[in-house]
Write a protein that binds this ligand. Structure first.
Ligand code: FRU
Length: 433
């Protein structure tokens, strides 16, 4: 996502974790990322732009399934549910982030989706619009985590981002599923020590992020967390280069920055916070799980899949979010560790798990790996002649409308073996089961 930082007032919610200082944030280094290269195992098949949209009246992008607390996909009264960011399909695609609304779809087979409607009454939600999150059902209650972006009633769109929770009742009957009686809470804001505040970013950075809360129950400890997309704290002036950001000692001695001052402004981080009450309305920020200082600016929609003793941490990013010393595609990137908060090493050596084919480099985005190894994403753009269409600014409205996918892309099946992954096959668009 491209955003412009705009001043707003933040209230600081912060309590240092007792064990915080001993936890070791992992680095995605320049050395790792300089190895990024598409391979047969990491390149998705070309998508034919000929299948039907799941909801012709809507642009549909970031999507997440309703899960049980343990992360498995939930089935409620015979229905699977997915939540998606949506906007009217007559809107220019680049404008959709300013009006994003969370809607849900339900399905008996986990493949053919019926539009349910808005997840909740947006008047009651925090933010002038709502961005991505995650959803978990526990004791019949829906816990829908989302990003509250901007403020209610603002005259011009602003980009303040706060993590929020909506809890509601689930009503299921023979005709589908619906949600009611929501309570909304703000559950976390950046505190400026581990995670950058909007004000810190305004002192010279290229943007700030604090979004995409994703619920995670650690199977090893039973503790509850949210992961989220953030940025390493502080202003650029306050930051120093840790040689560990570059890589091994060997690599450090052979590496010269193209533009170190600019690279410094790339400070993407994968955040984590632990739940401190049973209703998930309070969380304590912990040091980031992983940082990409001098490497990448946006580590979007982080999520974990566990297998055996390993945590597999996945995130999405764009080509243009890599720093000046690196060239890498829009993609799904991943890391693994046998500990939740430290020790992450990039999968496939570089971190690249999945990219679009080189001549259709922007065909899909916002991948999410499900516990069954299926990867969902949305169908983004087709045939843009290799242009970077991140903001679509350079093309006519007609061209934008004709070339925006705005629906779920074919699902991909991923095989994960130790620290290697492989795209195994392609399945129906939006298939989660
Ligand atoms: C990824 C993303 C998310 C954000 C949403 C806003 O596609 O940037 O991080 O929640 O889009 O539309």
């Amino acid at each position: 996502l491209l955003t412009t930082a705009i001043v707003s007032t933040l209230s600081f919610v912060f309590a240092p974790a007792a064990s915080a200082e001993t936890a070791g944030t992992s680095n995605w280094t320049i050395e790792d990322a300089s190895k990024i290269e598409r391979t047969d195992d990491t390149t998705a098949p070309y998508i034919e732009p000929d299948f039907e949209k799941m909801a012709p009246e809507l642009h549909v992008w970031d999507t997440w399934p309703l899960r049980e607390k343990d992360g498995s996909i939930a089935k409620v009264n015979g229905y699977y549910v997915i939540f998606s960011l949506t906007a009217d399909s007559d809107l220019l695609p680049g404008k959709r982030h300013d009006v994003a609304t969370i809607r849900y779809f339900y399905s008996k087979d986990g493949k053919n989706w019926e539009l349910g409607g808005k997840a909740f009454d947006t008047e009651q939600a925090y933010g002038s619009r709502q961005w991505a999150g995650s959803a978990m059902i526990e004791d019949g209650k829906l816990n829908l985590f989302y990003t509250a972006t901007g403020r209610k009633g603002e005259e011009n769109v602003t980009y303040e981002q706060r993590l929020a929770l909506a809890t509601g009742d689930v009503e299921a009957n023979g005709k589908g599923i619906s949600f009611a009686n929501f309570d909304h809470s703000i559950i976390l804001e950046p505190e400026g020590k581990y995670y950058q505040t909007e004000e810190q970013a305004e002192a010279g950075d290229i943007g700030y992020t604090f979004r995409d809360p994703w619920f995670f129950e650690d199977p090893k400890t039973g503790k509850e967390y949210i992961l989220f997309e953030g940025n390493s704290a502080g202003t650029p002036a306050e930051r120093t280069l840790d040689p560990a950001y570059i890589g091994s000692e060997d690599f450090q001695s052979s590496f010269d920055f193209v533009n170190q001052d600019f690279a410094k402004r790339f400070n993407g981080a994968i955040g984590i916070a632990e739940a401190t009450n049973d209703s998930y309305t309070e969380f304590e920020a912990m040091p980031p799980i992983l940082e990409a200082n001098y490497v990448n600016q946006e580590l979007e929609r982080p999520h974990i899949v566990t297998k055996g003793n390993q945590y597999y941490l996945f995130t999405n990013t764009h080509e243009h979010k890599f720093g000046p010393d690196l060239t890498a595609p829009d993609g799904l990137y991943g890391f693994s560790s046998d500990q939740l908060t430290s020790g992450y090493e990039p999968l496939n050596e570089s971190g690249l798990v999945l990219a679009n084919p080189e001549d259709h480099a922007y065909q899909a985005y916002s991948w999410m790996v499900l516990p069954n190894g299926k990867v969902i994403s949305f169908y983004n753009f087709h045939d843009l002649d290799g242009k970077n269409i991140a903001d679509l600014g350079g093309t006519s409205p007609e061209y934008q409308m004709a070339h925006f996918g705005g629906t779920l892309a074919p699902t991909l099946k991923l095989a994960i073996q130790n620290d290697r992954t492989k795209i195994v096959n392609e399945q129906a668009p939006g298939k989660i089961k």
